[in-house]
Design a protein around this ligand. Sequence first.
Ligand code: ATP
Ligand code: MG
Length: 403
Amino acid sequence: MSPLYLETIELKEAWKHVDGILASYDEIILKSHAVRRKFEKKLVENMKSALKSAEIPYKKVIRGGGRVFVQLENVGLALTSLRRIFGLSWLAPTHRLETTKLEDILRFCKENYEKWIPEGKTFAVRTKRVGVKEYNSLELARQVGKVIDREVNLKSPDIELFVEARGSETYIYSQKFNGPGGLPLGTQGSVVALISGGIDSPVAAWMLMKRGATIIALYAHSGISRDSFMRFIDVMKVLKDWHAGEQIRVFVYRESYDVSLLKPDEIKYAYILERRMMLRVANALAERLGAKAIVTGEDLGQVSSQTLDNIATIDEASRLPVLRPLIGMNKLEIVELAKEIGTYEISIKRVPPECGTLPICVKKPATKAKIEKIKEIERRLGVEKALERALLSLEDVTKFVLR
Ligand code: ATP
Ligand code: MG
């Protein structure tokens, strides 16, 4: 299986000129009947929306039995878009016959197999049959196998040929591409994602999207580094392509504490103060837009500030649950995922360090900040006023990402 994020899909010659794309979903099938119907409907909506925004015309979308078939011409282009639809487990360029008659299927396979299975290659036929009584799957496989003049190898064939007879149609495919899996975007409400543009937070936001949540991105901007802000915008342009079917929303705020009021021995707390302010702004934004949680790219022990003590101290400022989906991953896994998503190359761009809205970056942040100490400093710096300033500076920058 190839990585998810690809500029172009390498289609085998034999599968370039087909009737469309057959896509499969899995987790949705496990749901109760009512939920399943709702999720399937959203899945199809999201697929259509992805094709529309990529300006790829399609003729028909047929759904049923754990499959969605999209009838269209530009299969390669459509695959690059549809591979970013959460919920889909795989996609394949597919021939569709408007018949399930055995003789029709056999004739079609006989006419085409030389293209599908080059000489000297072994093959196996894999079949499925839904709502067809004329034959069973085994019989179908045997019969198709018989008209193909190539060597059979059921255990490890060079090429697998899939033939699915469903209702009144037959689908024939061979080259499969993996999809992202998960649940259709927009089935689980929305979350505010704190995104810095670094490697981790875009991956964290993506993981929530994969579980069906739409995201409202929030970036804290000191105004010092335009490059850093632009990196965030570029990351969001990539995430937007994964967000088909729902409007992505992107916000930035620029104001916070006056850190010149910090005493020298309090500088080490600036990181925690800043994270707590981010959560306050995120909570306020969530309240306005009806989001139900916050997601961050933090994990455990990756940088010195990310300790269990600090997580507790930071979370104390949040009314909503703070989700940290990267907590169970190691750095290499996160990097691999960032590459699959398509954010990695952007995130590793060198930009001047930006520590949220604060003009200082703390070299050695406190690792065991006591909540009482933090609250005392916040009172002195005027947390209420600072939050007010932050919210006044909050700006909807969605249009920069969409254009
Ligand atoms: P990332 O790779 O996402 O930058 P990180 O491993 O560098 O994360 P930190 O710099 O400690 O970790 O930031 C922890 C989390 O705080 C980030 O993952 C992100 O969710 C949030 N965050 C950090 N800086 C910003 C920012 N300027 N705007 C919005 N959120 C931020
Ligand atoms: Mg960072």
